[in-house]
Design a protein around this ligand. Structure first.
Ligand code: MF3
Ligand code: CO
Ligand code: CO
Length: 272
């Protein structure tokens, strides 16, 4: 989610739509169910990721899968302030696309591409938000390394989560690992609280300093979704109103899990 937008939605105190919430154990059960469904959707789409398949084909199959499982897509028609409604059931972000790529019949995957598929089904009122970056056929060692480092950076961020910890611990772990491997961490997009609402406080930057920021408490549920770039972290926003690409045109990768702060650590809610 774009950090400026979240701030502007968060400013709507009347409805307090985007306030931080702690989830009850009953609500966490619902998050487990939708989280598992979100992960299963990615598992389901993975074998379709082949040269010759369009990103619209992936979107159609995702729509079918969500419907068949009694879920709806949180992304289709999603329209935060200053945004036109997002037109896809999922986001498909190929190569230099950092996030929010729009599925299209005209975009056909080719050998060597990398594609992030970001899915957010809603089931029984709760959102499960997860993404992975997949390889299209054989990809270069350079692309493989970026993708693997991005996945590992997310896992290192997740490993920091525990009650009493700080939001800054997460970003610091991600940034250290990413930059240590020669990549930059996108600044303008952040992880976010998620539950009944798609995007709430807290914002979860993927860079930062240990010991700083909001204190983590049991019952908080948020995403960790680092975007790592091969070149600089500067972004460009396309005129379609959604697609975000790297300013220098170099590769970008992303992984995302929804996690919950537990009594003594963390639970990943978006595992299959
Ligand atoms: N799933 C994205 C996230 O991780 C948000 C996508 S919003 C959309 O926050 F409108 F672009 F689909
Ligand atoms: Co998210
Ligand atoms: Co997402």
């Amino acid at each position: 989610m774009n950090n400026q937008n979240l701030l502007s939605i968060g400013g709507n105190k009347k409805q307090n739509r985007n306030a931080l919430v702690l989830l009850s154990s009953r609500e966490l059960d619902k998050m487990r169910v939708v989280g598992k469904l979100a992960a299963s959707l990615l598992d389901h789409l993975e074998p379709m990721v082949q040269p010759g398949v369009s990103t619209k084909d992936l979107d159609d199959e995702a729509a079918r899968f969500m419907k068949a499982n009694g879920a709806i897509s949180a992304t289709i028609g999603y329209a935060p302030p200053n945004h036109r409604p997002y037109p896809g059931h999922v986001c498909t972000s190929v190569n230099e696309v950092v996030c929010h790529g729009i599925p299209s019949l005209k975009q056909v995957l080719k050998e060597g591409d990398i594609i992030n598929i970001d899915v957010t089904p809603i089931l029984d009122g709760y959102h499960g938000d997860t993404s992975r970056t997949f390889f299209v056929g054989e990809v270069s060692d350079k692309a493989k390394k970026l993708v693997e480092v991005t996945r590992e950076s997310m896992m290192r961020g997740i490993a920091e989560v525990k009650p009493g910890g700080k939001i800054g611990d997460i970003g610091a772990a991600i940034q250290e690992y990413a930059e240590g491997n020669g990549y930059s961490v996108v600044r303008d997009m952040v992880g976010h609280g998620v539950g009944r609402q798609f995007h709430t406080e807290p914002q979860v930057p993927h860079y930062g300093k240990r010991g700083t920021g909001l204190k983590l408490r049991k019952g908080m549920v948020f995403t960790i979704e680092p975007m790592l770039n091969e070149g600089s972290y500067d972004l460009k926003f396309l005129k379609d109103g959604w697609t975000v690409i790297t300013k220098d045109g170099k590769l970008s990768a992303q992984f995302e899990h929804t996690v919950a702060v537990t009594d003594d650590g963390v639970e990943i809610l978006t595992l299959p």
